[in-house]
Design a protein around this ligand. Structure first.
Ligand SMILES: Nc1ncnc2c1ncn2[C@@H]1O[C@H](COP(=O)(O)OP(=O)(O)OP(=O)(O)O)[C@@H](O)[C@H]1O
Length: 301
């Protein structure tokens, strides 16, 4: 059904380097599938890392009601961080290899259908978090997944199979470090393989690190995995891909609004899969209902 009011501005921010579907012509898809009686589109291309945040801030300042990240979770993160505290909503055209936030939000991976969802313009508020002041919207983590993000950042290969190969290679040499997690008034000290912070339920590619995570409840799900051997790591991998990790004795879950971690040695960490550096101290905070998105979420989920 066509809208009767004037079309509102929708700015599409496209990362030409993202994902494995680079042959797709996004401008053609937009002109073929976007309802121009609802949205007046503008398409901008990113030129470097971090550029999407600047473009999103400018689009919001110029009155775009909708700012659409066209890329993977890295691009989504950059656009979303530019929109926090503005009156522009985030849309996603998933073009990455993992698309964790898009999947959690029920956004179709097929781009014509994702554009159809933008036409419906169903707005929802979602939570966001920070790890050492770096915003994230999907997941962040310390330990093995931090290491993987750092190695993946240097790799030119994308896609699930390259990712799995890299995980297997890095696992052989990874050493869990002792850390203390302070959560809900408790102190938990161990050699942690992974400490994961989940605003959304999955890393991407339907790898569910916190299947119960609710992105609108004002709480993050923290998944603690202590030092593991090869057989246990395989069990965990299976649990991730089958949504069964919550039933594994290898993973411990907590929900909270803030959590801190102190590590003896510097640890790699990531926010939304992007490598953020190394640190010994981590503060992770929750910002309830801090970002408006177009999504296919149930009204009260
Ligand atoms: N024009 C550009 N040239 C090089 N890098 C860019 C450019 N624009 C954005 N980037 C960077 O590309 C990185 C990867 O983007 P993104 O996560 O969207 O794609 P991806 O890694 O292919 O997808 P996924 O995260 O799903 O694997 C981001 O960190 C972003 O900063």
């Amino acid at each position: 059904m066509e809208s009767t009011s004037a079309p509102e501005k929708a700015c599409f921010i496209l990362n030409p380097k993202s994902g494995v579907r680079s042959t797709v012509s996004v401008p053609d898809l937009i002109s073929n599938h976007l309802d121009t009686s609802r949205w007046k589109p503008e398409i901008l291309l990113t030129e470097r890392a971090g550029h999407a945040t600047e473009l999103a801030q400018k689009a919001a300042a110029n009155g775009a009601r909708l700012v659409v990240a066209v890329g993977g979770d890295g691009t989504v993160n950059e656009v979303a961080r530019g929109l926090k505290g503005t009156s522009s909503a985030l849309g996603i055209l998933p073009k990455g290899s993992g698309n964790g936030l898009a999947r959690h939000l029920g956004i179709p991976l097929a781009l014509p259908q994702a554009l159809a969802l933008l036409n419906q313009a169903s707005f929802h508020y979602i939570d966001s978090c920070t790890i050492n002041d770096h915003p994230f919207f999907c997941t962040a983590g310390i330990g093995f997944d931090g290491l993987v993000s750092s190695v993946f950042a240097q790799s030119t290969k994308r896609g699930l199979s390259s990712y799995v190969q890299l995980v297997v290679r890095e696992f052989r040499s990874f050493k869990s470090e002792e850390a203390t997690v302070r959560i809900n008034g408790r102190e938990l000290t161990s050699d942690f393989f992974v400490v994961a912070f989940a605003n959304a339920s999955q890393y991407g590619n339907n790898a569910y690190i916190a299947p119960m995570a609710n992105i609108q409840d004002g709480l993050m799900d923290v998944c603690l995995i202590r030092h593991v051997g090869v057989a246990e790591a395989i069990q965990l991998g299976y649990g991730l891909m089958t949504k069964q990790i919550a039933h594994s004795s290898l993973a411990e879950f907590h929900t909270c609004a803030t959590v801190s971690v102190q590590s003896k040695e510097p640890q790699y960490f990531h926010a939304d899969g992007e490598f953020m550096g190394q640190a010994k101290e981590f503060e992770v905070k929750m910002f309830p209902k801090s970002l408006e998105v177009v999504a296919a979420l149930a009204p009260k989920s």
